[in-house]
Write a protein that binds this ligand. Sequence first.
Ligand code: TXA
Ligand code: MG
Length: 304
Amino acid sequence: METRVVPFTDESIAEAAELILAGEPVAIATETVYGLAADATNAQAVARIYETKGRPSFNPLIVHVPDLDAAQRIGAFDEAALELARQHWPGPLTLVVGACEGSGIASIVTAGLPTIGIRVPAHPAMQALLHAVGRPLAAPSANASGSVSPTRAEHVLKSLGGRIPLVIDAGATQRGIESTIVAATGGALRLLRLGPIEVDAERSAPGSIEAPGQLAIHYAPSKPVRLNVRQAETGEYLIGFADVDGDASLSRSGDLVEAAARLFDLLHEADASPSSRIAVAPVPDEGLGEAINDRLRRAAADRH
Ligand code: TXA
Ligand code: MG
């Protein structure tokens, strides 16, 4: 695929919006780093972000919205979260809050978690794209897995050239580092990632708090999970793939993008089913399959 780098104009934003609504990820400047944006309500489009970056694991992604009103349609803000939002938005601050049910955000965006990371970016290019698309955008940094975050369009081209259709070039980003991340859940503020904005909050690494009711970075089903299963045992809910049929299938055609897009929905479905245990068919360990298997191994290992 040819990757075109085009300057930020009304026309390039309209083109980017069209691509995004067709399920393609597009790279675009924000005030922190260039992001690889996809429609957060389209699970397959978000799965393509992972495919494009070659990321071997799923992390919850930050959802970008144009303003606080839009943020409150997808997340539950308590007083402390509202205060931070009013103080720093639009700007390089991400707030992790409770996710609203029925908001239409795909489960792969939050990696199955009941919380959601939301940011209202200040950059006019990203703002214009959000308005043109009219949907929340999931956007990690626009670089291949393992390389540094891009602060110029040419960094994006070097890292993802040939793998995405379009880069919206708005010059060097002002901040140059990713947004500060603060979790505002359960009545307390916790600093999850240092960034351009200083916030007075207790500092904790993501994933360090796994107690019930607190912040977990990985979703894990409450039931035992058995992997590489071709034939379910009694009492097992089998999540199939390709030629392995089950109670449900990640992808009957063996398509890894579809499988990634359905993974967290099916884990939740299996967890909510009357079966007492979960079994999952083998998934090839190539391309997106690597990220799927990483997540399945965690689901099988970290029960809490
Ligand atoms: O500046 C930025 O934030 C850039 C630009 C493009 O906006 N984006 C960015 O996204 O840095 P990314 O995918 O590299 O960072 C996502 C991180 C996750 O690794 C995780 O640490 C945190 O955000 N995060 C997102 N949702 C979360 C959640 N529900 N719970 C805990 N952490 C979350
Ligand atoms: Mg990153």
